[in-house]
Design a protein around this ligand. Structure first.
Ligand code: SAH
Length: 285
């Protein structure tokens, strides 16, 4: 029998040997979840012994991690905007950079009483749509995804966070099945150029859905379509918010200008200093 402290030390060593960049943290998160304990309980009881079942379950999780599987898929959840989101292999794991998109939306729309219509395209786990529904308590939020599995996960996350009653879940290709006009159209669509796919870390390439990542030769296929179509779907004065990848800023600005529906084009950097969010306003004619 082994206690928490020894189990952690051993797992961290194994994960380090298998190449994890964060072996100690991985081991802690996996063991906490395996034992159903929070961080405080965990720290207070370093000598608590693991049962045989617990030890076996944990060993299987460490094995999966050592084969490169992201911790979020192993434990089935990921924190985003300080909320716990269910994730599974059918959805992208929400990234901290995407919180910048939320912040940018809230910079323009922070009054909670505003009766807004919000559309989140390619919602995946529902991260963006669910957080905006919570932050804008009078808003109605529709989320779309081409993946039925993603729509199911997004719906469960909306239920878990108490906002499903103000949300609508649509499976389809971008704006397919969506009608009416919108105050806010936002999206973190796929934006990795095809040719770069093979260079991605194995944890991403081997585990996250390809259809959540790849977007044509220059990574901007979805941005082009969303900016073009979004121009017709926005209310006058409404805003579009798109997450972008490193080096895509100038081309996205050009797409906005060429499509011509929007002005007030602006960009926001993430905390790593990379232009991460593009936004623009539907022109008042
Ligand atoms: N918005 C989520 C997920 C981003 S991954 C987040 O920020 O975490 C991109 C998502 O776009 C995936 O869920 C993928 O299934 C979806 N997607 C890809 N092509 C699509 C299309 N043609 N129409 C709608 N959604 C699409």
């Amino acid at each position: 029998m082994m206690d928490i402290r020894t189990t952690l030390q051993q797992a961290a060593r194994d994960l380090n040997a298998s190449g994890s960049p964060s072996p100690r943290l991985d081991a802690e998160v996996l063991l906490m979840r395996c034992l159903g304990m929070d961080r405080l309980q965990f720290l207070m009881q370093p000598e608590r012994e693991l049962s045989q079942e617990e030890a076996a379950g944990f060993a299987r999780w460490v094995e999966r991690r050592s084969l490169g599987e992201p911790v979020a898929y192993i434990i089935g959840t990921k924190e985003f905007w300080s909320l716990r989101f269910e994730v599974g292999r059918e959805v992208l794991i929400p990234r901290p950079e995407t919180e910048c998109l939320i912040e940018e939306v809230l910079r323009f729309y922070r009054s909670p009483g505003e009766d807004l219509r919000v559309l989140d395209i390619g919602t995946g786990s529902g991260a963006i749509g669910v957080v905006l529904a919570r932050e804008l308590p009078a808003a109605r939020v529709a989320v779309t995804d081409v993946s039925p599995g993603a729509i199911a996960v997004a719906r469960r996350n909306a239920l878990a966070h108490g906002v499903a009653g103000r949300m609508e879940f649509v499976q389809g290709d971008l704006f397919e099945g969506i009608s009416g006009d919108w105050d806010i159209v936002c999206s973190n669509p796929p934006y990795i150029p095809e040719g770069v796919y093979n260079l991605l870390p194995t944890g991403i390439r081997d585990f996250e859905p390809r259809g959540a990542l790849i977007a044509g030769p220059d990574g901007l296929d979805f941005h082009r379509r969303i900016i073009r179509e979004g121009g017709h779907r926005l209310k006058t004065g409404g805003r579009i918010f798109l997450e972008i990848g490193e080096g895509q800023r100038d081309r996205v600005a050009t797409i906005f200008r060429e499509e011509g529906h929007c002005d007030d084009i602006s960009f926001r950097k993430d905390y790593g200093g990379i232009d991460r969010v593009a936004s623009a306003r539907k022109k008042v004619r």
